[in-house]
Design a protein around this ligand. Structure first.
Ligand SMILES: [Ca+2]
Ligand SMILES: [Ca+2]
Ligand SMILES: [Ca+2]
Ligand SMILES: [Ca+2]
Length: 444
């Protein structure tokens, strides 16, 4: 917590210092200014929309950039090597004004050797790492913690503690999580009877009749309709946000269509604009196993303890495309997914063990159509111990990304800041797992 408070105070000081400063290089719309020294000092250059493959083209000494001003509506992609190799930083800001990056982030100072300057052709991405809060929190409620969601007053979490039933819990939104959840309940009999054994990263839907519903992906259930020959399936379970009581369930019938596991469902995300499209995937996302979009029939939903048909689909899909690498990345063990509140950016975090990579990837989700095949193009991915979009993860010691949520905490007077909130778990062998909740903002 101390670390987080320190990060916040530094950024506030920086904001004050920025005001009233006269800059040698002032970028306009579609431009960036690169400075040799920190805090926008020393020799500088202004670059317009385009690609600059080496230091000579950038017009500034190689491995020298220490601060950047990004003009309105502009995105700067900085690379450690020439010819756009080894992504260093994705820096962008608001449409209305310039954004000031007074430093380059972890291990990224004096490193840039090529740069792309682009228009923001998608929503703003929350790539600015603020810190952990809670930081290394260990408690009965952090062991195998899995996912995060919110409504206007509360956080909701899922957990699969070792040697105990999967759990749901709720916290006031104002908490710093140094205490204990205000309510924590075990997996109910309506799911136990099917042998379900895992809660994933949830989302929350405000139902006009039934009130807040926590929407949870659940794994390892025997098919509740009994029409899959005893095979296990992933399901969606709904719980009343008010008391975490069971409400209804249905199967994620399209999981594993491309060969991935049909019973895996580690995350789901409800589209924040349509509110009737629910996204999920199995344990692999690749060209054969796209993210699946289910249509949710909220209107006919009734509270009951039987399998209920509320998920439908034609069904739409989202292929995840990496335009820079020109491929559909193989994303193993997705752990959390969420949309920005305007629906324009889709975030997916994955990883478990050093061979799969621990990444937060951000995709352009503009123009999504729920009944068609869609392509979400990747805008950037996090790095570990590098740059502004730092997702520090030590896979060799068992650290594992978990669920995520998107909520703009600006101006709420809450312990956290930022818009994107991502869990990391340390997977201790001998005692309870410790939780790091990482926070990312759109602008520094
Ligand atoms: Ca420098
Ligand atoms: Ca370099
Ligand atoms: Ca979530
Ligand atoms: Ca521990």
């Amino acid at each position: 917590m101390k670390l987080f408070a320190r990060v916040l105070s530094v950024s506030m000081v920086m904001t004050v210092a920025v005001q009233g400063h006269a800059y040698t290089c002032t970028p306009g719309t579609g431009q960036v200014a690169l400075y040799r020294d920190g805090n926008f000092s020393g020799p500088c250059t202004i670059l317009s929309w385009g690609n600059y493959a080496n230091a000579a083209q950038m017009g500034i000494a190689n491995d020298s950039v220490s601060s950047v001003i990004v003009g309105p509506g502009t995105r700067a992609l900085l690379y450690q090597d020439s010819n756009f190799s080894a992504k260093l930083n994705t820096l962008e800001g608001s449409w209305a004004s310039s954004t000031f990056y007074a430093s380059m982030g972890v291990n990224a100072n004096d490193s840039a050797s090529s740069i792309r300057v682009a228009r923001i052709d998608g929503g703003n991405i929350a790539t600015n790492y603020l810190g952990n809060l809670p930081n290394n929190r260990e408690s009965y409620w952090t062991d195998e913690i899995q996912g995060l969601a919110h409504d206007d007053s509360h956080w909701y979490m899922t957990q699969n503690p070792r040697g105990d039933s999967p759990q749901l819990m709720v916290w006031p939104l104002s908490t710093n999580m140094s205490g204990y959840p205000s309510l924590r309940v075990a997996m109910p009999w309506q799911l136990n009877r099917f042998g379900c054994d895992h809660f994933g990263d949830p989302d929350l839907f405000q139902h006009p009749v039934w009130g807040g519903l926590l929407v949870v992906p659940v794994e390892g259930c025997r098919d509740p309709y009994g029409d899959m020959g005893g095979a296990k399936v992933g399901v969606v379970a709904l719980f009343r946000a008010a008391d975490l009581s069971f409400f209804a369930m249905d199967t994620l019938f399209a999981q594993g269509q491309g060969g991935a596991s049909a019973e895996k469902a580690a995350w789901l995300a409800i589209h924040p604009i349509t509110k009737t499209t629910l996204f999920s995937s199995s344990n692999v996302v690749d060209v054969n196993n796209p993210v699946v979009a289910y249509e949710v029939d909220w209107d006919d939903l009734q509270p009951n303890d039987n399998p209920a048909y509320f998920l439908w689909g034609g069904y739409g899909t989202a292929q995840l495309w990496d335009a820079e690498a020109q491929n559909y990345p193989w994303i193993y063990t997705p752990q959390g997914g969420v949309f920005s509140s305007d629906g324009r950016v889709f975030y997916l975090v994955n990883g478990y063990g050093c061979d799969t990579g621990d990444y937060i990837r951000a995709f352009d989700a503009d123009g999504f159509s729920p009944y068609q095949g869609n392509t979400f193009s990747m805008r950037t991915a996090s790095a570990s111990e590098y740059g502004k979009f730092n997702f520090e993860s030590h896979c060799s010691t068992g650290e594992e990304p978990q669920g995520m949520d998107y909520l703009d905490m600006t101006g709420r007077g809450m312990p956290f800041s930022g818009q994107l909130h991502v869990m990391l778990l340390d997977n201790d062998e001998i005692d309870q797992d410790n939780l790091y909740l990482k926070h990312y903002s759109i602008t520094p």
